[in-house]
Design a protein around this ligand. Structure first.
Ligand SMILES: [Zn+2]
Length: 452
């Protein structure tokens, strides 16, 4: 086993170059929303970097933005799957950037560039950890890199990729892209899953064209019809009326509750920041985190109908549209919820509401007591102190095919994530010191997991 001090010395000696190479990757405008040509140069560059350590580099193409795969054989018996993505979000609004998003700059110990936090630091830190261990000796665990190319546009072909290449992806554990990493108080955090998502667009058209509102006494209103349909879905306390909606919802276990008890819900801080008067269901402070994670939602993301310009316009709108998102918790299936929504509309007098399109990702949760989870918890404790553990994160990612279909225990480790990273927003940034620590943590986890 390579000593932690040798690892740290090598990383320290090469830290300037490591940061420069991260900036080199960040200079590629790999915006998946802009199509194939936008993402290919970053993928080619990465294929070349990984090719310096293994001849097993391939592209997995299932009809979307291709993923990059590389296997690095290790000396031990265990295998570890590493999930990251090389694509990034668009840069708009561009005027709010203080420097060009794809010309990485360093300022006050931070690196600023689109994608530097989400998720190019994970991609490069893992390559730099590989370089470090290879230089000092052996990699004790077989590493299987999967670098996705369309995470930021909903991972549409990821399930297909996971199923088609199940043998190449199989592993004893998976390190996902790092999540939140540090809370407001600077404490390290780990997560073991994510919530699912169903996104739908609804539309209702009652008339061929808008009418003078003097005729509202005889013509039906698309606006009221849509509002009625939306109001029938749930109440103000997030009790959702779709039949069968809660059937597959899991209850928190004693272990989940023990973990959640250590998370500070920071209600007062949130109140000052966000300005709410009271929380939904007015939970006790000790119940806030459980409610946040274990309550599935039905949220109106937007409604469009009629006139909203200056002054008045007496119009009876012909059409109304709405976008809804449902955050789902294990073991809800977004396909079931979509069918329940259709049935609900049809049986409650809203059959004229069309579901124009939908998009879905399934929820996932992994055992926080798995071997890989234990290893990560131990290494994070050594490096950062006792971490805060979340049963799963409130947000969504494409973890389900890996966790549930391939059955690989999965952890979202600590990376560069801080509350002020501005991911998906202008001036996305990380602390350079967090980047270097991410490389150190990776080396420790691989060494310890490989020894098992
Ligand atoms: Zn990401």
């Amino acid at each position: 086993m390579i000593s932690a001090s040798a690892v740290d010395a090598y990383i320290e000696k090469n830290s300037r170059r490591f940061v420069d190479e991260l900036k080199e990757l960040c200079a590629f405008p790999s915006i998946s929303n802009h199509g194939h040509d936008a993402v290919k140069p970053a993928r080619d560059w990465l294929a070349n970097r990984l090719g310096q350590f293994t001849n097993k580099v391939e592209t997995f193409d299932a009809g979307g933005m291709p993923a990059l795969y590389a296997e690095v054989p290790g000396s031990g018996r265990r295998k570890l799957l590493l999930y990251q993505h090389y694509d990034v979000q668009p840069v708009d609004p561009i005027d709010l950037w203080n420097s060009p998003p794809f010309e990485p700059v360093e300022k006050d110990g931070r690196i600023i560039a689109r994608g530097v936090a989400d998720d190019k630091s994970d991609v490069m830190a893992r390559i730099h950890a590989l370089e470090t261990l290879k230089h000092l000796g052996e990699v004790p665990v077989t590493l299987r890199f999967l670098v996705e190319g369309e995470e930021e546009i909903g991972s549409k072909t990821f399930e297909k990729i996971a199923h088609q290449h199940a043998d190449k992806l199989s592993a004893d554990g998976c390190l996902w892209e790092s999540g939140t990493s540090f809370d407001d108080a600077g404490r390290a955090t780990l997560q073991f899953g994510c919530r699912g998502l169903l996104y739908v667009q609804l539309r209702v058209k009652m008339l061929d064209f808008d009418q003078h509102s003097g005729f509202a006494s005889i013509y039906p209103s698309a606006a009221m019809y849509m509002i009625g349909a939306l109001a029938s879905l749930r109440d103000q306390d997030m009790n959702i009326n779709l039949e069968g909606f809660y059937d597959k919802v899991v209850q928190p276990t004693a272990a989940d509750r023990a973990m959640m008890a250590t998370i500070d819900p920071e209600v007062e801080k949130r109140r000052q920041l966000i300005g709410f008067e009271k929380l939904v269901r007015t939970p006790q402070e000790s119940q806030v985190i459980e409610q946040m994670l274990f309550t599935p939602t039905c949220n109106v993301a937007g409604v469009t109908t009629g006139y909203q310009g200056p002054g008045s316009k007496t119009v009876l709108p012909a059409e109304a549209t709405a976008k809804l998102d449902f955050r789902l918790i294990p073991d809800q299936d977004p396909n079931d919820v979509l069918a329940q929504l259709r049935r609900h509309l049809d049986t409650h007098g809203f059959e004229k509401v069309e579901i124009v399109w939908s998009d879905a990702e399934k929820p996932a949760r992994s055992d926080p007591a798995s071997a890989v989870a234990k290893t990560v918890i131990e290494c994070v404790t050594d490096l950062y102190g006792t971490p805060i553990l979340w049963p799963f994160m409130p947000a969504t990612g494409p973890m389900h095919p890996v966790v549930s279909d391939l059955g690989i225990p999965t952890v979202l480790p600590v990376g560069v994530g801080r509350p002020d990273n501005r991911i998906h927003a202008p001036n996305e940034n990380i602390h350079a010191a967090d980047y270097i620590n991410t490389i150190r943590l990776m080396c420790r986890v691989w060494e310890r997991f490989g020894a098992g």
